[in-house]
Design a protein around this ligand. Structure first.
Ligand SMILES: Cc1ncc(COP(=O)(O)O)c(C=O)c1O
Length: 442
């Protein structure tokens, strides 16, 4: 008999969950019972049955400094008794102002203002709407001058709301909604082999007077399979976009806050984007918060006394003080030398690990950018997200006490920065074992 059956409270919780809760990306009748988490510390999730799980994916890429980090917890607790929330139109508060200033001090230099929302998808929606209205304002009512086309990369993922889905890859996630999504132009993700072709394609698109904006996940395309590409190639695309006044929207929802080795991925490019989307790591994984930053040029275009031309967008919880207080505490932790050293160390260990993976049977295309390591299990099955190997791999790692959530046959480590060398070592070892067990040579 398992722990849950022997423990009536836990058994009942799982039953009630099954009856009442709809979990994302899953179907209760097809999945095993969810793991009920009682508490968490540092890199570890601790289940009700006492089992410990090493959180090697930072709980969907949000957790940067470990679970229940006392500095962030304390900042939220202090804020909780001061001001829990208030309307953000016509009112403001210290945590929001402090967070906006702090972000602007580390974002690319041309960024001038922060617009708060609730999550990564809303940060993207705000970015798209800002770009569209900016274009409307700069065309000054001239229909001829108005642009319409948005451009995205292949394998892109920008969120699950309708605008964000429209600029994402058409795949399993978007299939039922295809008829309701707006059309966008697509260029391949640049590689060493296709860069000339991609730049020509992009040049052709941008030289059409209709192209409005280009949205991309800089350096790493996360949900699309941890596809990595270089800052140099991205800069080639930036140059073309700049020549043609195409708005550059960097979706740094996953790559922000140290994931690629620098505070933001676009700090590795020579040119600066016009708009950045932030979320996930912004509060260290404590509370939901989205932020969209934009350049002075965009801010300036909205400076109009005409009330009909304001940016009419806002969410009830915009600028929530608790989330902003968490954001300030988490960002300050990120800037500490100790955290920067851990980020550099994780990158160094990942780089050694991928060299080792090159001689491991069953593993292929091992790659690293900053603190993100990804490798494909060479299982001889081409399909991506619905690859049947995914569930086997997920269970294999959980049985070893490691939470790794493969994307199809792509296994990746995206750890909180408190991960120790030995915790990383156990992930590398489990991945090498998975290659031996599930690789096509097996
Ligand atoms: C690059 C990127 N943009 C946007 C999102 C959407 O964020 P959220 O899940 O918070 O809506 C994600 C989520 O994975 C993401 O990776």
């Amino acid at each position: 008999m398992g722990f849950a059956e022997q423990n009536p409270r836990l058994a009942s919780l799982i039953e009630r969950d099954k009856a009442a809760v709809w979990h994302p990306f899953s179907h209760a009748s097809l999945e095993g019972p969810p793991i009920s988490v009682k508490r968490a510390r540092g890199s570890w999730l601790i289940a009700e049955d006492g089992r410990h799980y090493l959180d090697a994916v930072s709980s969907w890429w949000v957790n940067t400094h470990g679970h229940c980090n006392p500095v962030i917890a304390e900042a939220i607790a202090k804020q909780l008794y001061q001001l829990e929330h208030c309307i953000f139109a016509g009112f403001t508060h210290e945590p929001a102002v402090e967070l906006a200033e702090l972000l602007l001090s580390i974002l690319p230099e041309n960024q001038e203002k922060i617009f708060f929302s609730d999550n990564g998808s809303t940060a993207v929606e705000v970015a798209l709407k800002l770009a569209i209205q900016f274009n409307e304002l700069r065309s000054n009512g001239d229909k001829e001058a108005k642009r319409r086309t948005l451009v995205r990369l292949s394998s892109s993922y920008h969120g699950d709301t309708v605008g964000a889905m429209s600029v994402s890859e058409r795949d399993t996630f978007t299939a039922p909604f295809t008829d309701y999504l707006f059309e966008v132009a697509v260029i391949p993700t640049p590689t060493e082999d296709n860069i000339s072709e991609v730049t020509s394609q992009f040049e052709l698109l941008c030289s059409k007077s209709d192209t409005l904006a280009f949205i991309f996940e800089p350096l790493i395309q996360g949900a699309g399979g941890m596809v990595m590409y270089s800052a140099e190639h991205l800069d080639r695309l930036f140059e073309i976009a700049k020549q043609h006044n195409v708005v550059l929207i960097a979706d740094e929802v996953m790559t922000g806050f140290g994931r690629t080795g620098t505070h933001f991925a676009t700090l590795q490019t020579k040119h600066e984007p016009d708009i950045l989307c932030l979320s996930k790591g912004i509060t260290g994984g404590f509370l939901p918060l989205g932020a969209t930053s934009c350049s002075g040029e965009i801010v300036e275009a909205f400076h109009t006394p005409d009330r009909g031309k304001f940016f009419y967008h806002g969410h009830s919880y915009t600028g929530n003080p608790l989330a902003c207080a968490a954001g300030v505490a988490s960002t300050k932790l990120l800037l500490e030398e100790r955290c920067q050293e851990r980020i550099a160390k994780i990158q160094e260990l990942h780089t050694v690990a991928i060299k080792d993976f090159s001689s491991c049977p069953g593993l292929t295309r091992a790659r690293v950018t900053g603190t993100v390591l990804a490798v494909d299990i060479d299982c001889g099955e081409d399909s991506y997200y619905l690859n049947p190997i995914r569930d086997k791999l997920y269970t294999f790692f959980l049985e070893r006490g490691i939470l790794l959530r493969p994307l199809g046959n792509v296994v990746y480590i995206l750890p909180p920065y408190c991960f120790t060398d030995s915790e990383l070592g156990s992930c590398y070892q489990a991945i090498a074992e998975a290659g031996r067990e599930f690789g096509k040579a097996a």
